[in-house]
Design a protein around this ligand. Structure first.
Ligand code: K1U
Ligand code: ZN
Length: 180
């Protein structure tokens, strides 16, 4: 069935620590209806969370697909993006620090320094090759999401003590959720 005829679904988001969040994701061979359905479900899941980005490994699919919408202003038109096989092809020397969060590490935040601007190439929903420059929150978010495809989390940029403290909190959260 074509993806536009299939209703979108909210998928459960994996919580750290989980081995599926540490794996290197596999490139998408071609943008099939199954892949478009996954992208639609990921956008629905991201908006529902709510979040500004989501990567396929976060919903347990080890594929190089990310979605984003960094428009946060109330009443502004949404700008959903789905990117297959995204790759940073240029990074600025200038850096930007942002207090990042992650839907796989709920209610925990940490300052991460990353290139302020990046040029990214990817394949879109129609299978077309795209390239664009991202800055501000979009640049932070696209780098955070591509990191997920490489099995990297924002806490990997923090010091070992803060990383351990956050990981312990997540283990406790998962235990509590399993009991509920
Ligand atoms: O990848 C993810 O886990 C999503 C993550 C993306 C992200 C946030 C901050 C910096 C870099 C990347 C989130 O969306 S966390 C939630 C969040 O940031 C948010 C939630 C509601 C409104 C606005 C932002
Ligand atoms: Zn994340």
């Amino acid at each position: 069935m074509m993806s536009y005829m299939t209703p979108m679904s909210i998928r459960p988001i994996l919580i750290h620590p989980d081995p599926r969040l540490k794996k290197l994701a596999t490139p998408v061979a071609g943008v099939s209806d199954e892949m478009r359905k996954l992208a639609g479900d990921m956008l629905e899941t991201m908006y529902d969370a709510p979040g500004i980005g989501l990567a396929a490994p976060q919903v347990g699919v080890s594929t190089r697909l990310i979605v984003m919408d960094c428009i946060k202003e109330e009443g502004a038109a949404p700008q959903p993006m789905a990117m297959f096989n995204p790759e940073v092809v240029w990074s600025s020397d200038g850096l930007n620090t942002y207090e990042e969060g992650c839907l796989s590490i709920p209610e925990q935040y940490g300052e991460v320094e990353r290139p302020a601007e990046v040029m990214v190439k990817w394949t879109d929903m129609d299978g077309a090759a795209c390239e664009a420059k991202f800055d501000a929150l979009w640049a932070t978010c696209v780098q955070h999401e591509i990191d997920h495809l490489d099995g990297k989390l924002f806490i990997d940029y923090l010091g070992p003590l803060k990383r351990q403290m956050i990981t312990r909190k997540m283990v406790k959260l998962k235990r509590e959720r399993a009991r509920a």
